[in-house]
Design a protein around this ligand. Structure first.
Ligand SMILES: Nc1nc2c(ncn2[C@@H]2O[C@H](COP(=O)(O)OP(=O)(O)OP(=O)(O)O)[C@@H](O)[C@H]2O)c(=O)[nH]1
Ligand SMILES: [Mg+2]
Length: 292
């Protein structure tokens, strides 16, 4: 799948992140709980390097809770602090404040040893577009200060926000990386909404989503759209059935596939089809050897 999506502002955002990183004590990296591997930006990994990091699996309310627990275990087994958060609905975001301060503890201890009065811990929130960075900040603030939206590319500049007395957070624009080595990851990023709908091939993306659903969760598809099992092999045939169930017809009576695709994609993204984890637990990429 060919996606033209690396706009100039993302290259600029990577540069800004590199510069701002010098000012922060901790990085809070948001991953999408539905795709903890596919949503990890390898460029950020390089930029963040050894800076203390807290991983947040956001949108946990949309992910399979069993898989999320497994993923948290996988990160923690690598001595990587990780928490699952629901930035819009849940209370779990508050947990993050303590974890972030904890991640800065060496710095705080060093200040104390030098007799410097500790300032607030500074953390930078990083992650792919639309993963919920601004929503998480708002959740922690308890107000809708940072602008959010259900499409990628909402935050453009960087913004510092103070959470209580001891923590300052920097909101940043979402960033993707220039080249997807892994086409399957590109599909998953498109499915979950990290890439603007205008720049990818909707037919290919929703066909792939339909395939994934047929392979792993056929009963949810049959339940939601009142289809009999087994579902047809061909994703277009499944979409045809969904289209006819939902009355997606063009004038003359032909199935309006575009409309059927929209329904499936939106209902998946809204959680109406259920909670899904598309990256199966266990597939973290190779760890960098220490000292590199
Ligand atoms: N269901 C659910 N939706 C969420 C969660 N967090 C954020 N969202 C939604 O995801 C969309 C994107 O949220 P934002 O906070 O704007 O995302 P962002 O990472 O700041 O995006 P950019 O600024 O574009 O990089 C919004 O529609 C939010 O309501 C979550 O935990 N669960
Ligand atoms: Mg934002």
């Amino acid at each position: 799948m060919h996606i033209h999506w690396f706009p100039g502002h993302m290259a600029k955002a990577h540069r800004m992140i590199r510069e701002q990183l010098k000012l922060v004590d901790v990085v809070i990296e948001l991953l999408d709980a539905r795709i903890p591997v596919s949503s990890a930006n390898p460029v950020l990994d390089e930029i963040i390097d050894r800076k203390p990091r807290v991983i947040v699996l956001n949108k946990a309310d949309l992910a399979d809770p069993v898989a999320t627990e497994q993923w948290l275990g996988i990160f923690r087994a690598r001595a990587q602090e990780a928490v699952a958060v629901e930035s819009v609905s849940g209370g779990s975001a508050k947990l993050l404040i303590g974890r972030t301060e904890q991640a800065a503890k060496d710095k705080l201890a060093a200040w104390a040893a030098k007799g410097i009065r500790a300032r607030a811990v500074r953390a930078m929130i990083l992650g792919i577009p639309n993963v919920g960075k601004s929503s998480l900040i708002n959740r922690l603030l308890g107000t809708a200060t940072a602008r959010t939206g259900d499409k990628p590319g909402v935050t453009r500049g960087q913004q510092w926000l103070k959470i209580g007395k001891n923590l300052e957070l920097l909101d940043t624009p979402g960033v993707l990386w220039p080249k997807f080595e892994d086409q399957e990851a590109a599909f998953k990023l498109a499915i979950t909404g990290a890439i603007s709908d205008e720049v990818f091939d909707m037919e290919k993306v929703v066909n792939r989503l339909t395939e994934l659903l047929r392979e792993r969760y056929p009963e949810r598809v049959s339940g939601r759209y009142n289809l009999t099992l087994p579902l047809p092999e061909n994703p277009a045939a499944i979409l045809e059935l969904i289209g006819s169930r939902r009355g997606c017809l063009k004038s003359g009576g032909a199935i309006d596939y575009e409309k059927a695709r929209r329904i499936v994609l939106n209902e998946f993204r809204d959680g109406k089809l259920g909670r899904f984890t598309l990256d199966e637990p266990g597939s973290l990429p190779e760890e960098k050897p220490s000292g590199e």
